[in-house]
Design a protein around this ligand. Structure first.
Ligand code: CUA
Length: 343
């Protein structure tokens, strides 16, 4: 039998490092630089994310070893020992390298991966939070044990550190995917189904969640902040979040509230303690305490709230709320000041 010489006859590669190598190394460094920060599955701050990251590293190292082995074989048969091999040796290679080895390695990795799953779905027992994926924002309802009515919020999730919280995931119309890479894996929110995920943050801090399933025009602008707090601080915060909105004291804030009510904002938004009871858009009772507005679109402050009201469709194209740029600028500023005061 004539020796197989396919790869051995390939043209020699250019001098190392070529321009392609430099680009490749540069791009790898840039990509790896994105592996830290508040939205990274490789910088876990939760028990579930730590398991997912560990699974990733086991798979990556396994894949790296197998790749090295296969490339080693290729170099061996094409460069180091390119003459013909006996039929018996080829048969042995196919049985051991092509059947036994992949079945053993893939079987072991599958068993390891499946063994992690029950822990990722274990019941919470503590706080229960219902999160509904809307177009394109997040409706959030906290039901801690012992509280009769849930506490409604939006576009920001707060969690106690070191405690398992159960998140119930639903959607009224289209499929979204709930993902806080630093805390856990992702789970889809599917109309007509109730999915759940359990989160146990291990470190306090602010993380970022993002819708991870294309759900329409503003999918990329469907994010949320996740604030992990010490347990006592979380309990205090939840007490505050359950209260109705504060009554304005300053005349300008009061004017803003009146404008908010007469211009019809209450048809879509709720501000508990006022006659604004709309449920189409996010609950704004404590919007001033949130870090962002427009579901992670802008950092929250009076100026950005005013901008969002005036140019809604420009800042977040496709959102259900129309732009209110027809209102006088000073009225928009007063409404924004009122909303920012709602802490
Ligand atoms: Cu919601 Cu993508």
């Amino acid at each position: 039998m004539a020796p197989v010489r396919g790869l051995a006859q390939a043209p020699r590669a250019g001098r190392w490092p070529s321009r392609v190598h430099v680009w490749f190394i540069g791009a790898s460094v840039l990509i790896l630089a994105g592996c830290a920060g508040p939205q990274s599955a490789l910088a876990p701050s939760g028990l579930e994310a730590a398991w997912v990251a560990q699974l990733f590293w086991v798979m990556l190292i396994g894949a790296g070893l197998i790749w090295t082995l296969v490339i080693g074989f290729a170099i061996y048969v094409t460069r180091l020992n390119p003459q013909a091999h006996s039929e018996k040796a080829a048969g042995r290679l196919i049985v051991w390298g092509g059947v036994v080895f992949p079945v053993t390695v893939l079987g072991a990795l599958l068993i390891y991966g499946l063994a992690l799953m029950p822990a990722l779905r274990a019941p919470g027992g503590g706080l229960r939070i219902e999160v509904s994926g809307e177009q394109w924002w997040w409706r959030v309802k906290y039901s801690p044990p012992g509280r009769a009515a849930p506490v409604t919020s939006a576009n920001e999730i707060r969690l106690p550190v070191g405690q398992r919280s159960e998140i119930i995931l639903t959607s009224p119309d289209v499929i979204h995917s709930f993902w806080i890479p630093s805390l856990a894996g992702k789970v889809d929110m599917i109309p007509g189904r109730i999915n759940r995920i359990v989160l146990e943050p291990t470190e306090t801090g602010v993380y970022r969640g993002q819708c991870a399933e294309y759900c329409g025009t503003a999918h990329a602008l469907m994010a949320f902040s996740v604030v992990v707090m010490p347990r006592d601080k979380f309990a205090q915060w939840l007490e505050q979040e359950a209260r109705p909105a504060a009554t304005p004291r300053a005349p300008r804030i009061e004017k803003g509230r009146n404008l908010f009510l007469v211009t019809g904002c209450g048809a879509c938004h709720t501000v508990r303690g006022t006659r604004a009871r709309g449920v189409i858009g996010p609950d704004l009772t404590h919007v001033g305490s949130r870090r962002t507005i427009g579901a992670g679109t802008l950092v929250s402050n009076t100026k950005s709230i005013a901008r969002f009201i005036a140019q809604t469709q420009r800042i977040k194209p496709g959102v259900r709320m129309p732009s209110f740029g027809m209102l006088p600028g000073k009225d928009i500023d007063a409404i924004a000041a009122y909303l920012e005061s709602l802490e």
